[in-house]
Design a protein around this ligand. Structure first.
Ligand SMILES: C[S@@+](CC[C@H](N)C(=O)[O-])C[C@H]1O[C@@H](n2cnc3c(N)ncnc32)[C@H](O)[C@@H]1O
Length: 277
């Protein structure tokens, strides 16, 4: 079945206004496949009827559900590996040196923005556990999607999810069995706090942050939104703080407030000095 053009236009506009995610023409199949389960739950046979109902009587919860359904929550443990190595091998040693000179607080504050179901912030906690006591890390994990945040807070993952990138020694060290699932163990769990946050809004509480992971989300935004988001991230960071982006993302050509620092085979970004003053 083909989606009516005005259904697609309404949904694309709603999602762009509320999340900045761009649904270009050609993504009708995505809208249809993501919204069909919501339509069926509402007792309707197709997405056009479902969206007609929403347009006639827009309800905040339903509008949120539509936006959530159009987010892509793909994630995995230690995704792309290199950023987590860069964190441990480069960022933390630099920050610890700065700590002794009084520049950084004794607790490392990290923002995992657009964290999906929690694999990213828990991977950060596991990577740091080798070099820092959990009491010295404060990880603020945020996402637009309440469903994803709920999953992160539960700290519980299926075997299938565990198989997506979690090294066996980490499983043994940091997880316990919970029926057929696995649960992240304390104290790492208490190092991570989940919070709803839209990247279009002012930064979340928990800052100023020494390190921001903003990975695999800028790719969904247009250039002006990427620039706005990066400016807001700057405001949330301590001078000299580090930003880690996804493999397909960069600040270059988007926002000149950052310096790219090569670390091994990857790069991190730090606030350019003139903005850090
Ligand atoms: C592909 S996942 C990336 C997850 C994780 N950062 C990683 O790299 O594995 C993108 C996440 O961005 C979130 N997202 C999309 N638009 C957002 C916005 N405007 N504000 C906050 N989160 C958003 C989605 O809900 C989704 O969980």
């Amino acid at each position: 079945m083909t989606l009516a053009p005005d259904t697609f236009a309404f949904v694309a506009d709603l999602v762009r206004r509320r999340s900045a995610i761009q649904l270009e023409p050609g993504k009708e199949y995505l809208v249809e496949s993501r919204l069909l389960p919501l339509a069926r739950t509402a007792g309707l046979l197709d997405v056009d009827s479902y969206v007609r109902g929403i347009r006639a009587a827009p309800h905040p919860t339903t509008l949120e559900a539509v936006v959530e359904a159009l987010t892509t929550n793909e994630t995995s443990w230690f995704r792309d590996a290199l950023p987590f190595r860069a964190l441990v091998d480069h960022v933390v040693p630099e920050m610890l040196t700065a700590t002794t000179s009084g520049m950084f607080a004794p607790q490392l504050r990290i923002w995992s923005a657009a964290c999906s179901s929690g694999q990213e912030p828990y991977s950060i906690a596991m990577a740091l556990a080798d070099v820092l006591a959990p009491s010295r890390m404060k990880i603020t994990a945020t996402d637009l999607s309440d469903q994803m945040l709920e999953r992160g807070r539960s700290g519980r993952y299926s075997q299938l999810e565990i198989n997506r990138g979690l090294p066996a020694p980490m499983l043994v060290k940091h997880f316990t069995r919970a029926g057929a699932d696995w649960e992240i163990a304390q104290p790492l769990r208490s190092a991570v706090t989940f919070q709803r946050h839209n990247l279009l809004d002012a930064p979340p509480v928990g800052g100023p942050f020494d390190v921001v992971f903003l990975r695999n989300v800028l790719i969904y935004f247009d250039l002006a939104t990427k620039r706005d988001v990066l400016r807001r991230v700057q405001q949330a960071m301590r001078p000299g703080g580090f930003l880690l982006l996804g493999a397909a993302e960069t600040t270059i050509g988007v926002d000149d407030g950052w310096e790219r620092v090569s670390v091994g085979r990857s790069s991190v970004y730090r606030l350019a000095p003139r903005r850090a003053a």
